[in-house]
Design a protein around this ligand. Structure first.
Ligand code: SAM
Length: 231
């Protein structure tokens, strides 16, 4: 069973969207979620989890000693799961990384707040920094949910149809082709003839051509990587 452990200052945000639909139905079956309040690992009268930045400047920084205790409690030495720190500075999350995580035993996810965490905890606990995009959220919780959602839907038995993950955007290095469903005519727009022709080979060819067109038009970065594998 895939186990996601989340360290956060706001455990009440979970399971949130992870508790509904595909992920929610599979919770307790294909995967489990445990959340841990970082403040529980703080000491002293005020149970401080953050302090002012060395060198000055705005904001606060999460303390490495508190985070170390939290991480060591949730993922003691020998826990095989990767330890992720959600961070705008991290390597951008890709479907490839998501698939690799889904093939493993689970994840331990540290959610930052304030200006982020003391750099030494990243080094000392070998945290892998993961970004969900080039923008700044106010905390790592939503980013953690994005990652867990993307991973959980790939776990065996979670998606209804076993093939539904294989043709999606990014799986073949391309964006996905357009979808249509009934009615046949919607506000004077019809479904492309090929899709209602019943000719499966032609449908597959059309879909591939559309996936290539969309990728070329919208994501030159993906298209550049895809081209060498063509043909
Ligand atoms: N001072 C940091 C910087 O400029 O890189 C931003 C800190 S942000 C306000 C607080 C926390 O939100 C971060 O520690 C991280 O956990 C999370 N976060 C923000 N943006 C993120 C992103 N794009 N991907 C993943 N996590 C993010």
């Amino acid at each position: 069973m895939f186990r996601a452990s989340v360290l956060t200052l706001y455990p009440e945000m979970f399971p949130g969207p992870l508790g509904v639909s595909l992920a929610g139905r599979a919770m307790g079956g294909a995967w489990t979620l445990d959340t841990h309040l970082i403040r529980d690992f703080a000491t002293g009268k005020h149970r401080a989890v953050d302090d002012t930045p060395a060198g000055g400047g705005p904001g606060m920084v999460m303390k490495p000693d508190v985070l170390a205790r939290a991480i060591d409690h949730v993922a003691p030495e020998g826990d095989p799961r990767p330890r992720l720190y959600m961070s705008p500075r991290g390597r951008p999350l890709t479907q490839e990384r998501v698939r690799a995580l889904a093939a493993g035993p689970g994840v331990v996810i540290l959610c930052g707040r304030f200006e982020g965490v003391d750099e030494r905890i990243i080094e000392a606990r070998a945290l892998e920094e993961v970004s969900i995009g080039d923008y700044v959220l106010s905390g790592g919780e939503l980013a953690a949910m994005v990652l867990v959602d993307a991973v959980v839907r790939l776990l065996p038995g979670v998606m209804g149809h076993d093939d539904s993950g294989t043709e999606e955007s990014f799986e073949a290095g391309l964006l996905e082709y357009p979808h249509y469903t009934r009615p046949q005519v919607f506000e004077d727009r019809t479904i492309p003839d090929i899709l209602v022709s019943g000719d499966h080979a032609k449908v597959a060819k059309w879909r591939r051509a559309e996936a290539e067109r969309l990728t070329r038009e919208r994501r030159p970065d993906l298209w550049a990587k895809y081209q060498p594998r063509k043909g």
